[in-house]
Design a protein around this ligand. Sequence first.
Ligand code: FAD
Ligand code: NAD
Length: 157
Amino acid sequence: MDDKTFRNAMGKFATGVTVISTFVDGEEHGMTANAFMSVSLNPKLVLISIGEKARMLDKINEAGTFAVNILSEEQKEYSMYFAGQIKEQRNIEFGTLNGMPVIKDALANIVCKVHSKHIAGDHTLFIGEVTELVLRDGAPLTFFEGKYGKITSPVEQ
Ligand code: FAD
Ligand code: NAD
């Protein structure tokens, strides 16, 4: 099986989009990620998966903390920017929650300290213990078949 077929298959799983943020050596760093899941209620744990080539990997290893920012449908540009799909450098004004940089106006800012990690192939899975969160109303940005979208019509109950 080639990489493209694998990615095409994984792309059939519709997800939201997050920006992972952290703070190390006096600097904020952000990275777009859709590999995110809720893991445990007691204790409250979430999981993210970071590629071995991503600069974010060393930064989370060093900081021991990260935030997950769930993007709204108005925040596609943040996703593109923090995935390196917009080349020009921008001055991003982060918000702060529990001392962590967070994306303003995201649907949720979830601050975590690293609980455990597991290297799996070319990614590292970080399990984060949630220490603080903030929620906002709004609709999510989605990612399906490699394309951004929005939820237009909820399924009838
Ligand atoms: P960089 O390439 O270093 O940073 C990304 C961009 O953000 C750069 O332009 C950088 O200058 C800018 N930036 C970062 N911090 C700041 C700051 N403080 N101020 C101003 N600009 C800043 N990869 C994964 O490993 N796991 C995933 O789950 C994942 N999901 C993805 C989902 C989607 C929808 C997309 C589009 C990409 C996804 N990626 C994922 C790929 C990942 O987002 C990119 O490979 C990313 O560029 C790698 O991150 P990096 O830490 O090397 O960031
Ligand atoms: P795509 O068609 O590559 O993505 C479809 C799905 O494939 C993603 O939702 C993800 O589940 C999976 N996928 C893609 N790249 C992967 C990787 N390197 N490791 C594990 N799973 C991966 O979408 P696209 O618009 O071409 O993506 C833009 C860029 O972002 C690409 O370079 C892609 O590799 C990267 N990306 C990485 C991940 C990840 O590392 N988990 C997830 C999504 C996108």
